[in-house]
Structure formats: C-alpha cells, structure tokens
Design a protein around this ligand. Structure first.
Ligand code: CLF
Ligand code: SF4
Length: 501
C-alpha cells in the first residue's frame, strides 16, 4: 500500500537504555513513524513516574513498592512475579468461583494449577529466580485461600525467606482468617497482602457469598456474610497496625456491586488500604460457576473504566492487573507458566545466585532511570495551548520495558493510554486474539481487534503490516509506527493529530 505524504515531527530526544533496548530515535509521520539509529545518551536521576509522584507517596513507601509489579504500575514494565499453587482449600464460597479451578479472587476462571508441596514450591522459586532474574515477588494466591492453608503457606514462605532473601513475599486472601495470622505474616516479613473485598453491605454480600465456614461451623446467607465483612474490616485494620501494605481487590459484578463500589472504595481507604484493584467479573456458563450458569455477565471495558473513574481521587487505583493464575510466572501480561510445569522444573537445577540477580537489577534500574527522564521530558514538553484539552484513547503494542516495541500482529493485548495536552496516562489493557497466526493474518480476528479498540484514536506499534494498516485507518484509527517510550510517542501523536486539528 502507498502511504500518504508525510509530515515529520521534530525528532524526539534519544534514549540509550542499557539492556536489550536498541538506541533509536523516532520521527512520527502522518501515518507512520520513521525509525533511525542515534548515538547520544540522556542520563538522569531515577525519578518515579508522574502518577506516583501525584499521589504524594513518601520515599519509604516508594522503596517498598519499587520492584513490585502489582503495587507499582511503572515497575510492572520491568519486574516479574510468580505464584506457587500450594493452598488448595477454601473456607468460603463465592458465586463467581468453581472449586475445580483456581481462586477467582486473584485468577481468571478456567485455569487449573498443579498443586505443589512447600518443598517443591521452594525449588520452583529458586529455578525461576535464576532463569527469570527480573522475578522479584513470590505470591501465594491459591488455588484456594492461603489463610485456609496456613501451614503450607507459611512453610513455603519460610523456605523462600531462608534461601532467596531478595525475593519479596506477597499473599492474597479472602480475609476471613487474616487477623489470626497477622503476627506470623509480620514475622516472616511479608510486606504486601491483598484482601478481596466485594462489599461492605451484607445485603449486597448475600448475592455474592452463599456460605462461610468459620470456626468449624458453616454459616449460610446473611449470617455468614456478616462474619466475613467484620473479619475483612478487622483484617484491614490489623494490616495497618502492623504496617503491612494492603491492596484490596474487588470483583466488579454489574447489577450487584457496581453502584456499591464507591462505598467499598471509601471504606477500605478509611481503614488504610494502599491500593484498590477493581477487576472485572469473568463469567461464562462453561466455567460452571453460579453466576456463569445463571447468566450473570461481567462488565464491559467501558463500564469498568466508569466505575474506576468514579472511585479515583480517593485511593490509588490499580489498572494493570491481569487476573493471573495461581501458578503464574513472568511479567504481568505474559504467561510463562508452561515453561515451568512440575515435570519440567523438577529436572532443572536451583541455580539461585544473589550477586548475579543484584547485578541484573542494577542494570534494570539504570534503564528505568533513563526511561523516567524521557517520560519526564515528554510530560513537561511545551505543547501548543488549546482552550480545552480533549482527552483521547490510544492503543499501544508493547512487550514491556515501558516502550512501544511490539509488532501489531504479535500483540495479545493492547495497553490503553488516555492522552491530553498535559499527560499520557495508563488506564488499562485489553486482550485481543493473536492476529498473526503462523504468519497469516485472519480477517475475522482483525475485525475483533478493531472492535476491541474502536474507541481509540490511534494504534501505536513497532510495525503494522500493510493490510491491517489499511483496515485500521478505514476504521478511523491513526497508525503510528515507532520504537520509543510510550508516553513520548503518545504525546507526539496528540500534538500532531489532535492539537493541530
Ligand atoms: Fe500475586 Fe497478587 Fe501478590 Fe501480585 S498478582 S499475590 S499482588 S504478586 Fe497482580 Fe495478578 Fe492482578 Fe493479583 S496482576 S491478579 S493483582
Ligand atoms: Fe473460590 Fe477464592 Fe472465593 Fe475461595 S475465596 S470460593 S477459592 S474465589
């Protein structure tokens, strides 16, 4: 296809990341971006992202979340987490859960993790720590509830704390038994705990939880929900008291707790939660859950964003959650669990090497500092003034590192940024079918991808083939080919295509 004539931007300042990122500069054009090699470097201090600064977070808190891919949106471009499935039992029933699969409070349904003993889990962590040195966090999130399996959970944490001291420990629970174990959690230096809280009004909770098993007795209906609610609130307060960072996950269920979410958000903030992750209900009849079988749908991306926006301002919101599985391995959004099945990892040597890991992390930190300087430059760059700053969405193909660096056809998800005259802000991600299947684009898939990002004004990707490029343009999306920091490319696009029109 012949591309329309081009109008070049002034070249963006170059970056020279240390790791695999090549030294490149971009020049955006009307429908594409020319990419060429540059040599100059732009060093600077390791500023935190604009969003994190905006929260007024203290330096000590920043240090505690700095390498946690879930607690820091910026860190998730660079650092990975892994889960070990050591906790099979659960003590409550959620209507969005089928016990055949993993705990739906932290994972997507339809996924069954291989159960491990604490010793097997520890071996797996040491193996992954050497193969994926950017893995900095070990989470226990199922397949049931970690606090319904305290001995297995704590034994695993003990083994990791002894053998891999630089790995942060993290857990996710429904909150029913959390208070009882707060001292052990603190003693093991577990600094990040997630409680899933879907309601603060037991009348809402009645529609979500049919029963709760507490102190050897099963409580049905509102009686059980009241116990769960009270224990969750106590859990939050105990975490605050113990100075453990707490994230709250909430599953957004249209028609049940969507209008209630603002109250949940305010209540958890009041009790010291650090971060609120409002996740969409994933529901389908084939998962065999109560909700799935009874036609309860999940929210659309628009509904999810609307509720998140209503809640933002009070408590920092997590928007980059990938609802990962109870044996997830890798960067958020990439799933490397199949490389480390039990059959495979038990044959691999546990080559954990602290010094080597630290050297690699130092390298990552250099890259982060350079990217932060580049983002800062994009944020403070003078833009032509416009009376009203229109906000637009752009879809980004990225394989990590905070860069536009992925081929359109290889993207399994797009990051969505909201851009205006002052900033480019990450607001979520959308999964799509892999367009390139064995090198051939599938027309039906392309239509699906286009409808998933139809509310976006542009697609930012390292490369877009001529056929999809034509279809994307027909659908009203501007195609920008670039290889650079996401915020920089997004701001260039905004200045050239939105402000100038
Ligand atoms: Fe795992 Fe959860 Fe810890 Fe992260 S996941 S226990 S806080 S290390 Fe992260 Fe996965 Fe979302 Fe959870 S992306 S489902 S929020
Ligand atoms: Fe399922 Fe998790 Fe709820 Fe337990 S807490 S019922 S494992 S979703």
């Amino acid at each position: 296809m012949t591309l329309p004539p081009t109008t070049a931007f002034a070249p963006a300042p170059p970056i020279t990341p240390n790791l695999e990122t090549p030294e490149l500069e971009i020049t955006l054009t009307k429908t594409q971006t020319k990419v060429k090699k540059v040599t100059q470097s732009s060093g600077s201090c390791g500023c935190t992202s604009k969003n994190e600064n905006a929260t007024g977070m203290s330096e000590s808190i920043k240090a505690r979340i700095d390498k946690h891919p879930c607690y820091s949106e910026e860190a998730h471009h660079h650092y990975a987490r892994m889960h070990v499935a050591v906790a099979p039992a659960c003590n409550i029933q959620c209507n969005f859960c089928n016990r055949k699969y993993d705990c739906a409070n932290e994972s997507r349904p339809g996924v069954v993790s291989e159960l491990l003993t604490p010793e097997e889990a520890a071996h797996k962590v040491l193996v992954v720590a050497s193969k994926i040195p950017q893995m900095t966090v070990l989470g226990i999130a199922g397949p049931g509830d970690p606090m319904a399996n305290p001995e297995k959970t704590f034994r695993t944490f003990e083994l990791i704390a002894e053998q891999a001291p630089d790995i942060k420990l993290c857990l996710s629970t429904n909150g029913l038994m959390l208070v009882d174990y707060i001292d052990r959690i603190k003693a093991l230096n577990v600094d990040h705990v997630t409680i899933t809280i879907n309601m603060i009004d037991p009348k809402v909770g009645e529609k979500i939880y049919p029963w709760v098993h507490y102190h050897r007795k099963r409580y049905r209906g509102i009686e059980g929900v009241k116990i769960l609610h009270q224990r969750q609130m106590e859990g939050l307060e105990a975490l605050r008291e113990a100075d453990i960072l707490c994230k709250v996950n909430s599953v957004l269920i249209p028609g049940i707790n969507d209008e209630h979410m603002k109250e949940v958000n305010a209540a958890v903030q009041e009790r010291g939660a650090f971060l609120h992750n409002i996740m969409p209900l994933i529901s389908a009849p084939e998962f065999g859950t109560y909700f799935g079988l009874n036609g309860q749908r999940g929210p659309t991306p628009k509904e999810l964003k609307q509720v998140q926006d209503q809640c933002s301002g009070n408590l920092k919101l997590m928007r980059h959650c990938r609802q990962c599985r109870a044996d997830a391995v890798g960067l958020l959004g990439e799933d490397r669990s199949q490389e480390f099945t039990k059959e495979k990892f038990m044959e691999m040597p546990a080559d954990y090497n602290l010094e080597q890991r630290q050297a690699i992390h130092l390298n990552i930190e250099h890259t982060r500092a350079e990217l932060a300087a580049k983002k800062e430059a994009a944020a403070t760059r003078q833009t032509p003034a416009k009376p009203e700053s229109v906000k637009v969405l752009v879809a980004v193909a990225t394989k990590g590192g905070g860069l536009v660096n992925q081929h359109f056809g290889h993207a399994k998800e797009f990051m969505i940024y909201e851009v205006d005259a002052t900033e480019a802000k990450f607001i979520g991600h959308r999964k799509v079918a892999d367009y390139c299947q064995g090198g051939y684009g599938e027309e039906a898939m392309l239509a699906g991808i286009i409808s998933t990002i139809a509310d976006c004004k542009a697609i930012l990707a390292a490369k877009v083939g001529p056929c999809p490029q034509k279809e994307l343009q027909k659908a009203g999306l501007t195609v920008i080919e670039a290889y650079d920091v996401i915020e920089t490319v997004a701001r260039h696009f905004y200045d050239e295509y939105i402000l100038s029109t």
